[in-house]
Design a protein around this ligand. Structure first.
Ligand code: ATP
Ligand code: MG
Length: 446
């Protein structure tokens, strides 16, 4: 809480207070401060009306974000802070948007419209909490519980079901029993929610440290929006390589995958979805062993469908489907093989495939220590190729198209063929990556 009291944004509370208005930090920033976590944005609730907020902050940069909903964004040293007038949401006839929002007089009424107790705490400029629904106690106990009757709250806004799962995954909290039961009973409401909003929450859920446990317990809640994931649940593999059913295997892969800050969400998505095509490709041989021939391609197809349905951006769609398609790629401690794949897919993608493949093996529950060492060696080998700037693609080659044309070759596909053969010779170690040697070789290829 101390950190929150010292943040730049507190100026907003002070300015509103000096102007005679009530003003509180509310929502996620209080939850995170009570937990001692570094939070994201801070939100402010006030009894000032939107026009009054604009007036008070006339010397600040202000963006009229959602005047109709009572929200004005005020910039403090370029930090955007959403300042929202106390409001209660009207009825939700479509389970998505309040038909109207009504400005209300008291902070308590504003807190009552909020989704979960842990999100319904306010804090004034002195650091005093207003917590009418026992949010701090629920944070202490690690519980996600709706403010008021969960049935009613989910029916007002079905997205809260996804938000509840997301908070459980990010915070590592348990979902209170009545809240969890109401999520299951009302999961069909998610069909009415915009896919974009669902996808945002799903990505945040996956990024959560405890996503695996939430999926183990509550995957059925996703049956209307992500039925492909639910289909993996309980699907036994009958294969000696695998200890777990398909979903548990994928969750373990997701928990094991090594990621960077930039690729974490995508990599977890790939790990969770890489075997989504298994139920459709399963067959059992005469010995009673299960096989899934062609499942990477089937998984790719299904994942493409899922991401198109969720309106994922093109870059995410391409990256995730590529990694799913190649998740079964055969890796060996063979520099030439690695360079060919680095050329074909790009070194970054290949490194990610390696990490997915490692996670896939860990997720079987049967990975041998030798295999772990082999992965580490391959990772080192790729890192060395990159660090030493060894040639594995046309752009690394010491000759280019113009050099080949200068030898008298007609511009066109013939130039490409010769360059490709030269690259192959360099990768094979048959020719140094030096201009003279390459041109001498090229003369034989013309
Ligand atoms: P984070 O910013 O970390 O994602 P947050 O709790 O701040 O989490 P926001 O989506 O920023 O979540 O919303 C701010 C606050 O607004 C929430 O803490 C909650 O009190 C309220 N809120 C947001 N969405 C809803 C909703 N669908 N129904 C009810 N209250 C909501
Ligand atoms: Mg927030």
């Amino acid at each position: 809480m101390k950190k929150l009291m010292e943040c730049r944004e507190k100026e907003i509370l002070d300015v509103l207070g000096k102007a005679g208005y009530e003003a509180y930090f509310v929502g996620g920033c209080i939850r995170d401060a009570v937990m001692g976590r570094d939070g994201g944005d801070v939100d402010v609730a006030t009894n000032a009306l939107p026009e009054q907020i604009i007036d008070v902050f006339s010397s600040y940069r202000v963006i009229e974000t959602g005047i109709k909903h009572g929200t004005v964004t005020v910039l403090v040293d370029d930090i955007p802070v959403e300042v929202t007038t106390y409001r209660s949401d009207g009825t939700y006839s479509d389970g998505r948007h309040p038909d109207s929002v009504e400005f209300v007089k008291s902070l308590e009424e504003d807190l009552a419209r909020r989704d979960f107790t842990v999100n319904a705490i306010a804090c004034d400029a002195e650091g005093n909490l207003t917590d009418p629904f026992g949010g701090a106690e629920d944070i202490e106990a690690g519980i996600i519980r709706t403010v008021g009757d969960p049935e009613k709250r989910f029916r007002e806004d079905g997205l809260r079901i996804m938000r509840g799962l997301r908070f459980a995954a990010v915070l590592g909290f348990e979902i209170e029993e009545e809240t969890a039961l109401a999520m299951a009973r009302n999961k069909g409401l998610l069909k009415e929610i915009s896919v974009e909003r669902i996808f945002v929450e799903f990505k945040k859920l996956l990024a959560g440290e405890h996503a695996g446990n939430v999926l183990r317990k509550y995957v059925d809640v996703l049956s209307d929006v992500l039925p492909e994931i639910v289909a993996m649940k309980g699907f036994e593999q009958h294969n000696p390589y695998h200890k777990y059913d398909v979903l548990e295997h994928c969750i373990r892969a997701m928990e094991a995958v090594v990621t960077t800050a930039e690729n974490a969400t995508e990599m977890k998505m790939v790990a969770l979805l890489h075997d989504v095509g298994k139920p459709d490709t399963y067959f059992m041989d005469d010995e009673g062993i299960g096989h899934f021939y062609g499942h990477p391609k089937k998984s790719e197809e299904l994942v493409r469908g899922i991401l198109q349905r969720l309106k994922a951006d093109k870059a995410t769609l391409e990256r995730v489907t590529t990694l799913v398609r190649y998740h079964d790629l055969i890796f060996d401690k063979d520099e030439r093989l690695l360079k060919r794949w680095m050329n074909r897919l790009g070194p970054e993608v290949l490194m990610e495939i390696l990490e997915i493949k490692l996670a896939d093996n860990i997720g079987t529950g049967n990975m041998s220590p030798e295999l772990g060492r082999k992965f580490a060696d391959i990772r080192d080998m790729m890192a060395d190729i990159l660090a030493q700037e060894q040639c594995f693609s046309l752009k690394d080659l010491a000759v280019g198209g113009n050099d080949i044309i200068a030898l008298g070759v007609q511009p066109g596909p013939e130039v490409g063929r010769i360059l490709a053969e030269l690259l192959e010779a360099v990768i094979e170690g048959e020719c140094e990556n030096e201009k003279e040697a390459l041109l001498a070789r090229a003369k034989h290829l013309c």
